[in-house]
Design a binder for this molecule. Structure first.
Ligand code: NAI
Length: 664
């Protein structure tokens, strides 16, 4: 095993420098190297104190997540050497100063907390983000953090996993000093100052552990907050349990309890799902058939056609990434409406503290509203987001083809239409691609990149790179009706409607899936998107419906009565002026009447049956997409659903979930 920790001597201070680029993760070789360095420094009588610092751009950014993946796959993987290293740090006879820059997350912070002192660059961040992988800190972090920072701060950091800035960590008592300027020099000077003092150990502190009464209130508050913010997830509750142990048990027993809880979480499906999602986001960015040296075009200027719901949002996405963007409409009225919506959305972001006023003003200057094709010859990409109508889209692509420069990417935001047919009206079908954003485009992270039969490699590589620049998760999809996401969404919604036609109420169906973990029930989603959208699509494709196959009717019946969902105040649910839903009795009556006429047997399904039926429809369509090559890998499908359809990451996505529950 390589020793990834360098040893050097600065006067009477030994410096251990972790050299495991890029982020100094605790891979095999790092904890062993720290233990060895400690031994050498403790043995050398000339050394008075020790500094532990990260080489390169950061302290230890965290555990090596690949080790978790190995454990999940039953392929070895172990955190034993990390625990030994932490015990060695805690036992060091000479004081150890952790010098933190960049990030000290997870195992990184746990190593730092086992040191005698911590100093940090003011720009550094610390945190215990394990909950995001479905686990709790497993390197005694749940036992040391409350001893350093108090129970409330430890609960906040371990339950929600958000990073804490160095000044905040200093205030909280996690960090003992902030260092301006050269971190190593500052840390060595600090080490010299404390060298003669008795060595403090976080494990021996009791003074910040609070009273039983105050802690009971905190635990209850954080349980309630976790149920709200991380609905359905076990890890935040496991973290509370471990921190509770820190307040009730001696240190060593608390650590044993943490180890037991950590193990339980690590082997649970939620952790397998979240680790899968974590690596999945990275995996989808790799397109196996694209050569590494495929050129990526610089996208410096963009144009969006259509300033409606999607076009306005897409223009904001470009502006937020600092890319100037033309926003083209047909009428002044539609343009003004689109620009007003953008301004309102930005104003809300300022109100909610997401952006500063100055940032928003800069972004607004990057958006150029206009009614003609002026300057279209200058842009590197055009994104079309007009009505979902093939003739209109063809007309626009033929126009754009005349004005755009020869290597300009022509992208359509269509949600269902055939990219090849759109491309056929241009002189450069190889430059045409689908860029399918999700509503609201400035919020939802998914960008489906739809590959037409002629789309060239440069356009695909540029699209994947652009997704990253736009802070989206780009997933490549083949060209078919609905691509990956919407094609799977149709059968999922179909089952939800069937369930209502069979006598379940819309509330029962939506509640079952919501409680299972979906961000929204499928019927409420359809009400939000507009039932008329599906109705129009259905009419367009009616000729493809096969005799003897059951299709959902209830949504059509609602549309025929003018109930399009939220926009008309009624759909599967009724909506008041604040869009608050309530049951729509007309739905039940319509369903019963239709079921009687069509001879659909009435049966109530349990919540478990509802969930299984809808999710199996997702899974089955997903398998079909893989068989057809529309989705490259099952992980692409999972990431589409997690980042675009409110599928809970802790369930892993439709395909991972099916694997975890053993569906074939
Ligand atoms: P929308 O109706 O809100 O906006 C369409 C806009 O295009 C209107 O403002 C209209 O004036 C404008 N327009 C029409 N013809 C034009 C032309 N020749 N030149 C310039 N502008 C023109 O529609 P929405 O919802 O924004 O949808 C746009 C596209 O995005 C559709 O293809 C839709 O399928 C797709 N999409 C919609 C999603 C949604 O949730 N609404 C999600 C993902 C994709």
């Amino acid at each position: 095993m390589p020793n990834l920790v360098a040893y050097s001597v600065h006067g009477q201070v030994a410096v251990l420098t972790i050299e495991n680029p890029p982020v100094n993760a605790l891979s095999p070789g790092v904890p062993e190297g720290i233990s060895e360095g400690l031994k050498a420094a403790n043995w050398d009588p000339a050394i008075q104190a020790i500094v532990l610092i990260g080489g390169g751009r950061t302290f230890i950014a965290g555990a090596d997540i690949r080790e978790f993946e190995k454990i999940h796959a039953g392929q070895g993987g172990s955190l034993a050497s990390v625990l030994t290293c932490i015990a060695d740090l805690d036992a060091s006879g000479k004081p150890v100063v952790a010098a933190i820059h960049g990030t000290a997350f997870g195992g990184g912070l746990e190593v730092a907390m086992a040191c005698s002192y911590r100093v940090a660059a003011t720009s550094a961040q610390v945190g215990q983000p394990e909950v995001k992988l479905g686990i709790i800190p497993g390197g005694e972090g749940t036992q040391r953090l409350p001893r350093l920072a108090g129970v409330g701060k430890a609960l906040d950091m371990c339950c929600f996993g958000e990073p804490v800035s160095a000044p905040d960590a200093y205030q909280a008592g996690i960090v003992d000093d902030l260092i301006e300027g050269d971190l190593l020099a500052g840390a060595v000077a600090f080490a010299e100052r404390i060298a003669a003092l008795p060595v403090p150990r976080a494990s021996q502190r009791q003074d910040r552990l609070g009273t039983a009464e105050a802690n009971a209130t905190l635990f209850a508050e954080f349980r309630a907050a976790a149920n709200k913010r991380l609905r359905g997830q076990q890890a935040p509750h496991a973290a509370i349990e471990a921190i509770q142990a820190a307040t009730e048990l001696p240190f060593a027993e608390g650590c044993a309890k943490e180890a037991e809880i950590f193990d339980r979480c690590l082997h649970a499906d939620q952790s397998k799902a979240l680790v899968h999602a974590f690596f999945g986001e990275r995996a989808v960015a790799k397109i196996p058939f694209l050569a590494k040296d495929t050129p990526v075009l610089p996208i410096k200027r963009a144009a969006v056609i259509g300033a409606g719901t999607m076009g306005g949002g897409i223009a904001m996405v470009y502006a937020n990434a600092g890319i100037p963007v033309i926003l083209k409409e047909t009428t002044q009225e539609a343009l003004d409406r689109g620009v007003a919506t953008i301004a309102r959305n930005y104003a809300n972001s300022v109100k909610r503290g997401r952006f500063s006023q100055a940032f928003v003003e800069e972004r607004l200057k990057l958006i150029h509203p206009q009614l003609d094709y002026y300057n279209f010859g200058e842009v590197d990409i055009v994104v079309e987001a007009v009505f979902e109508n093939m003739e209109l889209k063809k007309h626009i692509f033929a126009d754009v083809d005349k004005f755009a420069k020869s290597d300009c990417i022509l992208a359509s935001n269509t949600s269902t239409l055939n990219i090849d047919e759109i491309a056929s009206v241009t002189s450069r079908p190889d430059c045409v691609v689908g860029h399918h954003f999700f509503s609201p485009a400035n919020v939802m992270r998914l960008l489906e990149i739809v590959r037409g039969k002629a789309t060239n490699a440069t356009v695909l590589a540029t699209s994947m790179d652009l997704a990253r620049r736009l802070k989206k998760v780009g997933v490549l999809a083949g060209n078919c009706r609905g691509f990956i996401g919407n094609r799977m969404f149709f059968p999922y919604c179909r089952e939800a409607i069937f369930l209502v036609e069979e006598g379940n109420t819309p509330e029962e169906v939506d509640r079952a899936l919501y409680e299972w973990g979906m961000a929204m029930g499928p019927l409420a989603v359809q009400d939000l998107a507009g039932l008329d959208v599906g109705w129009r699509i259905r009419k367009e494709y009616q000729h493809l419906e096969q005799p003897g196959v059951r299709y959902p009717e209830l949504d059509t019946l609602l549309c025929e009565r003018g109930h399009y969902g939220q926009k008309t105040g009624a759909g599967f649910f009724l909506y008041d002026e604040h869009r608050k839903p309530s049951p729509n009795p007309e739905v039940i009556a319509l369903a019963q009447e239709y079921a009687a006429k069509a001879g659909i047997p009435q049966r109530k399904s349990t919540p478990e049956q509802i969930v299984e039926r809808c999710l199996r429809a997702l899974f089955d369509e997903g398998k079909q997409l893989l068989a057809e090559g529309i989705a490259l890998r099952s992980v692409d499908i999972d990431i589409v659903y997690i980042s675009g359809y409110g599928f809970p990451a802790w369930r892993g996505g439709p395909m991972k979930y099916a694997e975890l529950v053993g569906w074939k």
